[in-house]
Design a protein around this ligand. Structure first.
Ligand code: UDX
Length: 446
């Protein structure tokens, strides 16, 4: 089989490389000349474990190629995927669909055989129909259903584990407008039948909404445990035990119950907001998700206040050592990372922030002026009044605590990802605070 993938961002590049690993011939298309050139040279523009090898292997096998020429990419394809960005539109919170619609017009101009036009980007309900209408407007010569069909195939992969998520997904969702399109999509995913992946074939609208429902549900789950964590602190309970105690109930499930500084990233903040707007527009407001968005926004400010409180209530003129700034580990992605708001609030309170992140510093430096970036974790802590862990990179889980103690002015650690154990930290002589866990008995502290 043969497909074209428009957009070499996270979703497009990973999906394209993974389809080629399935044995499909994939041409990845992008308008960004520099990006295509780099990809042709084997340079991967994003940080994603395993992606470089996967791309190199499939390029060498002749199954994966990169081009700026959509016409060339669409020669002989069974399907063309739209995997361009759908950022939040300025002003109203809706998803900006201009890249999707632009791609639809270009696809229309290049259609020359029966092709399934698939949206892989997260798009609001109704976008697939709009893509269809655009193509029919550009190419009125096509009889309905004769030469193309639209389909929706939302992608559920997570950054940092994108390849595994694509190759071994919990399910594949396909919204198809005809049996013929459904069949093409099933053939593309045939290797997943071997591992018995459930394939949910449904209508276009249902598939589009399923993606938003999944992401907003997960954002709500995280927000729920974050609020339970706050309550745990008030009543002296341990949020991890609560999470385990509820998560073992199969109806709830154990995943996505880890408390933290609030969700971030390229999907949850954007998708929660977009679904809220769609629901309001449709006269069927999603009040739960409206509240989730509000709580998560405010949470970042509260996290900064926590750090300030742990530093004795005043940070003016003090240096704070920050470990981790990306929205999660194993990525260099800074989009909507809670660290942005937290660090900005610390700076606004007069603190000098010295920070280290294993992959995100180049990107973060553009967003966070005034931060002093260091070469490693220890340099960020040297002479700081306290330290705060904002992202749970593995390398921060095994710090040399004796060394950390000698570097910090006072042994104060605020762990917003709960990667250390309160008892151990008290024994190590730290004034340690984390999320949703009882403070360790004061007598154990040095
Ligand atoms: C998410 C969805 O998981 C994925 O299915 C979708 O395709 C894209 O959006 P991603 O943004 O890569 O993926 O990261 P994810 O691992 O879901 O984490 C999102 C945010 O939630 C991060 O800021 C993370 O720190 C936070 N999170 C996640 C928690 O705070 N607690 C958790 O238990 C899980």
């Amino acid at each position: 089989m043969r497909v074209a993938m428009i957009g070499t961002g996270y979703v497009g590049l990973v999906s394209g490389a993974c389809f080629s690993e399935f044995g499909v011939h994939v041409a990845c298309v992008d308008k960004d000349a520099g990006k295509i050139e780099r990809l042709k040279r084997g340079e991967i523009p994003i940080y994603e474990p395993g992606l470089d090898d996967l791309v190199a292997r499939n390029v060498a096998a002749g199954r994966l190629s990169f081009t700026m020429d959509l016409n060339e990419a669409m020669q002989g394809v069974d399907a063309v995927f739209i995997a361009v960005g759908t950022p939040t539109r300025r002003g109203d919170g809706h998803a900006d669909l201009s890249y999707v619609f632009g791609a639809a017009e270009e696809i229309a101009a290049n259609l020359d055989r029966y092709t399934v036009v698939v949206t892989k980007s997260t798009v609001p309900v109704g976008t697939g129909r709009e893509v269809e209408a655009i193509i029919r407007r550009v190419r009125p010569d096509f009889a309905p259903g004769a030469d193309f069909d639209v389909a929706s195939n939302p992608e559920f992969l997570r950054e940092g584990s994108a390849i595994g998520d694509f190759m071994r997904p919990d399910r594949v969702v396909i919204g198809a407008t005809s049996d013929r399109a459904g069949e093409v999509m099933r053939r593309l995913y045939r290797p997943l039948y071997l591992i018995e992946t459930p394939i949910v074939v449904t209508s276009l609208e249902t598939a589009e909404l399923t993606k938003y429902a999944a992401n907003t549900f997960l954002a709500a789950k995280i927000t729920f445990i974050n609020e339970i964590a706050d309550l745990c602190e008030k009543v002296g309970a341990d949020v991890h035990d609560v999470a385990r105690g509820i998560g073992l109930d199969g109806r709830i499930g154990r995943k996505f119950l880890h408390p933290g500084p609030g969700y971030g990233g390229s999907c949850f903040p954007k998708d929660t907001l977009a679904l809220v707007r769609t629901a309001q527009q449709m006269g069927s407001p999603l009040r739960i998700i409206e509240t989730v968005v509000d709580i998560n926004d405010k949470r970042k400010k509260q996290m900064a206040e926590r750090i300030i409180a742990a530093c004795g209530g005043v940070v003016d003129g003090k240096t704070i050592g920050v470990l981790g700034v990306t929205f999660k580990p194993n990525t260099d992605d800074m989009r909507d990372s809670p660290a942005i708001d937290i660090i900005a609030a610390l700076q606004a309170a007069g603190a000098h922030v010295r920070a280290f992140d294993p992959a995100g510093m180049a990107e973060a430096a553009k967003l966070l002026p005034g931060v002093e970036w260091t070469e490693d974790a220890y340099a960020a802590l040297d002479g700081a009044s306290c330290m705060a862990i904002l992202t749970e990179w593995n390398e921060f889980r095994a710090l040399d605590l004796k060394r950390v103690k000698t570097l910090l002015k006072r042994p104060v650690m605020i762990d917003l990802r709960n990667i250390y154990n309160p008892g151990d930290m008290a024994k190590a002589g730290f004034s340690y605070s984390s999320i949703g866990r009882p403070a360790h008995p004061a007598e154990a502290r040095s």
